[in-house]
Design a protein around this ligand. Structure first.
Ligand SMILES: [Cu+2]
Length: 277
């Protein structure tokens, strides 16, 4: 069953994904048993209670307790799946990562029909935003005056993450309910206007040549079908390089004055030395 289902599942690339796939397998085993069981019973009932053999209806009904026992058994198995597997699993991926310093934090804001991605930049702080400032060129409404936002990096439909580091996505929406789906990360979470929901996962492999999608898993309007982004998981150096390039685009000359002064000072000293000799 694991292999059979695995064949149809997308790549599994997150730390918690195997657990979830394991649960999917267990649920499918239960469904297979129920499907075959009910199917056999249906055929048996067609044959056993056929009109030819039962010209007169029987008003007493079934006296055996088999059906009660089997239903209790199914309920018990479902209870085990829920309490022993599903709830503990859910608890692990709604619990924030313990290592704060290592966690990559990203904001993702859904809109009709795109995913806005917002990185806090080197200072680790998200710049403030304001609904009033939202425009075509500023889809997140970031405040250009806010120093915390000066080094922030934003992208549309492109989520880049480093491999093997815990990730927390703060998810929200600008308009209607969307659903942030990263199939390869086994992540799916509704993006709800007015709420910020934290999503925790850890990518354990890079995407290499594969194209990994960000899907919207909630019918959100006419353009829902094209609300599609891409997830790139990179090695740490490649990620750092990309981030540095993006930051440089937004802050073309980081602290130009002190550097220039220092250079001038050095030159003056050099000239002085030369004159002294
Ligand atoms: Cu959507």
């Amino acid at each position: 069953m694991v292999d059979l289902i695995g064949k149809y599942l997308p790549t599994q690339a997150s730390a918690h994904g195997d657990y979830l796939d394991h649960m999917t397998n267990l649920v499918h085993w239960l469904m297979l048993v129920l499907f075959v069981g009910w199917g056999l019973y249906f055929i048996y009932a067609l044959f056993r209670f056929r009109a030819g053999r039962n010209p007169q209806a029987n008003y007493t009904g079934v006296k055996s307790h088999v059906s009660t026992y089997s239903e209790v058994a199914v309920a018990v198995i479902e209870g085990v799946l829920l309490f022993a597997f599903a709830l503990p699993a859910w608890a692990t991926w709604v619990t924030p990562h313990s290592d704060d310093a290592d966690t990559v934090t990203v904001r993702v804001v859904g809109e009709q029909f795109a995913w806005n991605v917002h990185y806090p930049g080197p200072d680790g702080m998200f710049g403030e935003g304001d609904i009033e400032l939202i425009s075509v060129s500023n889809p997140l409404g970031l405040d250009p005056e806010d120093p915390a936002g000066a080094d922030d990096v934003t992208t549309i439909n492109q989520l880049r993450l480093p491999v093997d580091r815990p990730v927390t996505v703060f998810l929200s929406s600008k308009d209607v309910i969307h659903s942030f789906a990263l199939p390869v990360m086994r992540v799916k979470q509704d993006a709800i206007p007015g709420m910020e929901v934290a999503v925790h996962f850890t990518p354990i492999m890079t995407n290499g040549d594969e194209r990994w999608e960000i899907g919207c898993a909630q019918l959100c309007g006419l353009g829902h079908y094209r609300m599609r982004g891409f997830l790139n998981v990179l090695e740490q150096p490649a990620y750092d390089e990309w981030m540095a390039t993006e930051v440089a685009k937004r802050m073309p000359e980081p602290e130009p004055e002190p550097e220039a002064e220092a250079a001038e000072g050095d030159a003056a000293v050099a000239e002085g030395d030369a004159a002294g000799e």
